[in-house]
Write a protein that binds this ligand. Structure first.
Ligand code: AN7
Length: 366
């Protein structure tokens, strides 16, 4: 009988801060496909794989961390949770809080979250507060709210989130049989690059878990980490916070990432880099993924692929390597970007009468 995936906490219980008595809040997250990308592989002369995180229950990688954060909130006796979000965290928090029976408040930047994500938070009954400011302002308020009121913070400044998200690295290694040579991903608040690096490190050496049991190393090495911010929201690249972050990739429209130092540590300890890509490069990569690999993502999710193409064009990418790129969220989160051509002109379906010959002609079959 095929193995049925039980969600990241149960699959990786021996490497997560849970016990037998923990009430696990899960929607079956994780176990996402690692998809071979033929066109990127051919273009760059490497073996390129996509970790397709849009396949998670709420359509983004956030679910890996949220199963742990909401489980921890329940364990701590919380009655309500709060998060700041560019959209995906709020969708995920709202869903997991619902299963746990917790109230959920989400603070989002006004006008800068996609309709798909907003609809999820509404559908799951979250209290949605639009803040007249950006994500960084929202996070500051969420932190202070949790310090002064009885609400449990589920942003990635909560270590439980990082613990859950590190399972992405475990899955990559479990699938490939070892760590890849390179791991590329988008960087916004920098929780995910922090989490992947933690997961890769824990898998590459003996690890003593929370029960005091020593687990053997699973991987022989760790990958080189390449992270990519959007150019208009690239504080780590610039070396200073950006007060007015601006990019079409609203998910990573973040000017002062909470895990800034951890992201720099991942970069430096792995011998990697954190660079930026323009909105034009992001949209080209978004289109590449949908039209050449068969993988539909939201714009921010394409930043890692944009980074690979940028550095390949600059001659910085070796050949013959295994490269994994996390594509973080589903294309249906923000589908408008697929509805126009790259030059901005509209894509209009061909209209014909209901007649086989007319359809055959329209398809160049007759
Ligand atoms: C699709 O939902 O910050 O560097 O509030 O939604 O770990 O922040 C989302 C971030 C990449 C960046 N791709 O990851 C939020 C939020 C997508 C995202 C990122 C986000 P981090």
């Amino acid at each position: 009988m095929a193995h049925q995936w039980r969600g990241v906490i149960r699959e990786y219980a021996d490497r997560l801060p849970v016990t037998e008595n923990t009430r696990v809040i899960t929607l079956g997250e994780g176990g996402t496909p690692l998809v071979y990308a033929p066109a990127l592989s051919e273009k760059t002369g490497n073996e390129v794989y996509l970790k397709v995180e849009g396949m998670n229950p709420t359509g983004s990688f956030k679910d890996r961390g949220m199963t742990m954060a909401i489980t921890a909130a329940v364990e701590a006796g919380a009655k309500a949770v709060v998060c700041a979000s560019t959209g995906n965290t709020s969708a995920s928090a709202a869903a997991y809080a619902t299963q746990a029976g917790l109230k959920c408040a989400v603070l989002v930047p006004e006008g800068k979250i996609s309709m798909g994500k907003m609809s999820q938070a509404i559908a799951h009954g979250a209290d949605i507060i639009q803040i007249n400011g950006n994500f960084d302002n929202c996070l500051e308020v969420a932190r202070k709210l949790s310090e002064n009121y009885p609400v449990f913070l589920v942003n990635s400044v909560n270590p439980a989130r990082i613990e859950g998200q590190k399972t992405g690295a475990f899955e990559v290694v479990d699938f490939l049989g070892d760590a890849p040579d390179y791991h590329l991903l988008p960087v916004g608040n920098a929780g995910n690059i922090t989490a992947y690096w933690k997961g890769y490190q824990e898998y590459a050496s003996a690890y003593t878990n929370t029960a005091g049991v020593e687990l053997a190393a699973v991987a022989s090495k760790t990958p080189i980490m390449w992270g990519f911010q959007a150019e208009g929201a690239s504080p780590i690249v610039k070396g200073h916070p950006v007060t007015e972050p601006d990019t079409i990739a609203t998910a990573i429209r973040i000017g002062n990432p909470a895990s800034w130092q951890q992201a720099e540590a991942a970069r430096d300890e792995s011998g990697g880099l954190i660079d930026s890509v323009t909105d034009t490069e992001i949209l080209a990569a978004h289109r590449w993924l949908s039209s050449r690999e068969g993988v539909f993502v939201e714009p921010a999710s394409a930043a890692g692929v944009a980074g690979l193409l940028k550095h390949h064009a600059a001659g910085n990418v070796p050949t013959g390597k295994k490269i994994v790129i996390t594509v973080t969220g589903h294309g249906l989160k923000d589908p408008d970007w697929a509805l126009q051509k790259l030059d901005g002109s509209a894509v209009t379906p061909t209209k014909v009468d209901f007649d086989v010959l007319a359809v055959a002609k329209a398809l160049d079959l007759a």
